[in-house]
Design a protein around this ligand. Sequence first.
Ligand code: SF4
Length: 508
Amino acid sequence: MNEVSVKIERPKTFCGLVGVYGAKDASSYIYYGLNALQHRGQEAAGIVTREKAEEKSIFNVHKNTGLVANVFKDEKILRGILKGDAGIGHNRYSTTGSAESKKNVQPIVVNYRKGNLAIAHNGNLTNSHRLRDELTESGTLFQTTTDTEIILHLIARSQKENVVDRVYEALEAIRGAFSLVILTDDQLIVARDPYGFRPLALGKLDKAFIAASETCAFDVIGAKYLRDVEPGEIIVIDDEAVMTQEVRSTFLSDIPKESRHCIFEYIYFSRPDSKIYGESVDKVRRKIGKSLAEESPVQNDEDEKLVVISVPDSSNTATLGYVSQSLKMGIKAKFEIGLIRSHYIGRTFIQPNQDMRDLKVKMKFNTVKGVLKGRKVVIVDDSIVRGTTSKQLVKLIREAEPSEVHFRVSSPPIMHPCFYGMDFPSEQELFANQFDGDIARMTRELNVDSLAYLSLEKLLESAPTEVEDSTSGQLRNYCTACFSGKYPTDVELNSKEEFEANINEAKM
Ligand code: SF4
């Protein structure tokens, strides 16, 4: 028998971040925050805290592969090891639990000539190979294969006297996507790349400050959302900030006129109960579902209500929007729970003659046959990546004998890789790319009666466009590169190959 890991293909990013400064038992807050951000990375987690003892600061670290609850299951870790009033935490996505992968678990910590430094990063750099080569040539020894360690070395090697200046200098040298939480002996520094690809929000917890990838991490501990960390902004939180209740902030030198927030966060990745880029994910995701119905409605048969089902859980909100707009348009439709998703599966063992793809989907999803049998069914999914899961889902739904199956996707076809932190497969493996975006061929391949994707124009119309209240004067805009192929930044020569090599290394 073979052991298989039951993973259903979904887009993946590399992490969720939490940073806390000025709270007794900071690690408990970070732990709850990481739990709320578990969807952003399920394969490794770590926390580093700063403990002040007799004028000295000690960095306490615990990290491992596994879910947050497993990594910190021993109560002594939070209470006994991770002491201190400041700290940072990280959830990471990777694909294996190998020793190599363990080395890559963040936060990464060093003790260098100026003291202690810990860093956690969400995003991907687009000039990492060049920087890594340059640093290696000048004698830097790398412990991990992550982009993040490059940032750490750049900070540690900077000749600037002040730690914030050292961070500034390092961030000026890197390109691509980075939301960061950095812990020093005296500060929590939070920063975001000049395009603001990945989300990062700032909040308050009594007198303490907290930063997190999404605001759902604030809600769980009763923290209040203050604002987003702006693209290109470096915020310094220290004892003075806690005393005055004001953080200090500075901006990187080259802030583009428009931000390029990852629009995929609204489509799929962020939790609907979060606020990202200053807007409720639920609100935007419903709007996306409504736009999809406006653009590609399915008509009901006379007197028969259309049965609209979502691929749980990430498509639920867009499906609600799809149904409400269908009703507005005079289409008789109802939202039904037609697919049930199991949340409790781990590894399993299969007989070599079993079809592993069938088994994977069946262990994860089952249909409510009475809901689907004989009905005209619309499935709403947020995206199609490789198409393997979509095909298996349609097969499963067809076994329930609906009269028709219509597939609606609440994003445009994914045609291109992402260099900014979403782990899509190579271009050749992307479903829409394999069929050159030809809807008729994709419809046949999926074995559905009709297939429609949301257009890029409608997607952009669904996302907030009003001018952000930005100190730097930057206007709000979105990255859509995986749909359009228009990358907002230069992707350095060979970066695609480098990127894929990098991802593969990280997976080893
Ligand atoms: S390429 Fe796609 S997934 Fe990547 S940052 Fe841009 S919109 Fe997001």
